[in-house]
Design a protein around this ligand. Sequence first.
Ligand SMILES: [Zn+2]
Length: 262
Amino acid sequence: MSGRQRRRVLAGIALAISLFMFGFGALARDSQAKVQGVSQSDPARVLAPLPPPRPSRLAPQADSTANGNLLEQRVPAVPSTCIRAFEESGGFVLPSQNGASTGECAIEDPVTFQRLTMPDGSRIELDSAITVRCSLALEVLAWIRDDLAALARQENARLAKLTGVGGYACRSRYADTGAPISEHASGNALDVGGLLMQDGRAVAFAGQEPLSRSMRDAVQKSVCQRFATVLGPGADSSHKDHLHLDMRQRSRGFRICQWTVE
Ligand SMILES: [Zn+2]
């Protein structure tokens, strides 16, 4: 091969390499444009870096302490429709105290609470936290809000607290081992001994103070309209000092109202 022929061959190889490199570069730019979803006719947008993709669901922000340590996120269990309604109505739900019970002593949809917020922003408390099934908690909340708070206002008082309360208890009726299981064992009953007003006045359901007689009469009317079972003073020896209220379902909607107001 002459020197002239060798130069032609080398020039041809150089041309082939140049054409190959140009084609590869165009192909690479075309791929990048397709990935970024923009037109190749807009080179400025092709070259601009895109932000990272936005996550479809933002992760919750972790709390951080002053020294920068991250606190572990608490993932709450999804509350039932009833518990959401209870909270939206002013109930303040505490961590469950009796959620693991089974068999005859199981509670359906349990809710533990001690404090309620009234529509006017005032708070009414129980003298201890109780656990009951959510359907009863809703009824108790409505009873306190719509009946008891209104009855207190009629007495020129503001209701502050329910005293002597009891809720869930895995036991037989009257704490008698031979008796049928109590409604307390399924979280379907509330015991309450009396009321305390913000000014310190107390209304004992089993008392005989003349000042609270009209209040006791009014409370008797409200509980016997609202609850399926009312047992109080005069019903039996187990209820001489408090009211037992429950939502026990009986055939044909039969209800019991046994409370002799004195
Ligand atoms: Zn009871």
